[in-house]
Design a protein around this ligand. Structure first.
Ligand code: UD2
Length: 309
């Protein structure tokens, strides 16, 4: 039985990970401030301990880490909205970078023996770089405080992991979608917004001509990647793209979704959003070499998502 810490564990990706860890028989501690996550996302299970706390509470995080002596740590807590980071750069920096560095600092200072720490970064770090598909060694062109924080924390986790002999790994998420994705903000993932519009027969605003493409990766495939990278003890101090390796246009996705739901989406077209990139998809060869194999295409993933609503 492993002791596992999941920051952001009540959120979309975090809670799907917690479900998997419960099945694997692990003892899980979740720290989440419920800014985007929901308590109802967590299973009522003796294996799961929940703290309604922010990771920026240093005192709390220090005593938790020292007391619990975790085997595995997943750093998924973040202010995930790029727009939020533009509006509140310093506050989001404290969550997206500082709090994570502090966790590493406690591990270093108190010589905590962990088996693996994983940090979740983002495809946002490639920014305006037009190269396709994006490789892990493609140039980094961050455009927002969010992307800058994700990249610097990723480097810190990897390079300081090496320097202080802490086993770490980082992942760059592409467009993750699936059950429990929160459609609360206009900057939430586009598939969660489309889902809401179809479900409630409300109008969806399509920015641009709909021909922009994205690498939509189903959350269960992401969980597969996270478990694989933490459990492989020979993978250390590396960063990996986590995507499906394919890209589809928004119009294609909308058509698929209409087929699945049997409903039609009311669309209103608006100008492309400022700063929007045209196309994005991941080169996932580095990860597939270690056995990662996406199991859900967009049609299969959307079907599960739709049935979960
Ligand atoms: C994703 C990430 C972002 C950052 C970025 C890096 C999400 C939610 N966002 O932004 O954090 O990592 O990738 O490149 O995963 N759209 C509409 N109508 C809407 C909302 C969106 O047409 O109501 C369009 C949007 O203009 C874009 C596409 O849908 O062309 C995808 O938007 P998104 O916000 O889901 O994701 P993305 O790739 O822009």
């Amino acid at each position: 039985m492993n002791k596992v810490l999941v920051t952001g564990g009540a959120g979309f990706i975090g809670s799907n990970l917690v479900d998997k860890l419960v099945k694997d028989g692990d003892q899980i501690t979740v720290v989440d401030d419920l800014s985007m996550g929901l308590i109802d996302n967590l299973p009522q299970n003796k294996q799961v301990k929940f703290y309604h706390e922010t990771i920026t509470n240093h005192k709390f995080m220090k005593s938790l880490l020292i007391k619990e002596k975790f085997d595995y740590i997943y750093l998924l807590a973040a202010v995930a909205s790029v727009a939020d980071s533009v509006a509140r750069p310093y506050e989001t920096h404290q969550v997206n970078q500082e709090a994570n560095i502090y966790i590493l600092e406690i591990i270093r200072k108190y010589h905590l023996k962990i088996k693996k720490l994983l940090f979740s970064s983002s495809a946002a770090i490639y920014g305006r770089n037009p190269e396709l598909p994006k490789k892990e060694n493609s140039s980094i062109e961050p455009l927002t405080p969010y992307a800058i924080d994700k990249f610097s924390t990723e480097r810190f986790v990897i390079d300081c992991g090496k320097l202080y002999n802490i086993p770490t790994v980082a992942v760059r998420f592409f467009n993750v979608y699936g059950p429990r994705q929160n459609p609360k903000s206009p900057y939430s993932g586009v598939l969660s917004l489309i889902s809401q519009s179809i479900l409630h027969h409300s109008t969806f605003t399509l920015f641009g001509d709909g021909r922009q493409t994205r690498d939509f990766v189903f959350v269960q495939d992401v969980i597969q990647a996270l478990i694989l990278l933490t459990k492989k003890s020979d993978v250390e101090h590396e960063v990996f793209n986590v995507g499906s390796g394919e890209h589809v246009s928004l119009l294609q996705v909308i058509r698929e979704y209409e087929k699945i739901s049997g409903l039609s989406l009311k669309i209103i077209m608006r100008q492309q959003r400022i700063g929007d990139i045209k196309d994005s998809y991941a080169d996932i060869k580095k990860l597939t070499k270690y056995g990662y194999e996406p199991k859900f295409n967009v049609y299969q993933g959307l079907k599960i998502y739709w049935n979960s609503l």
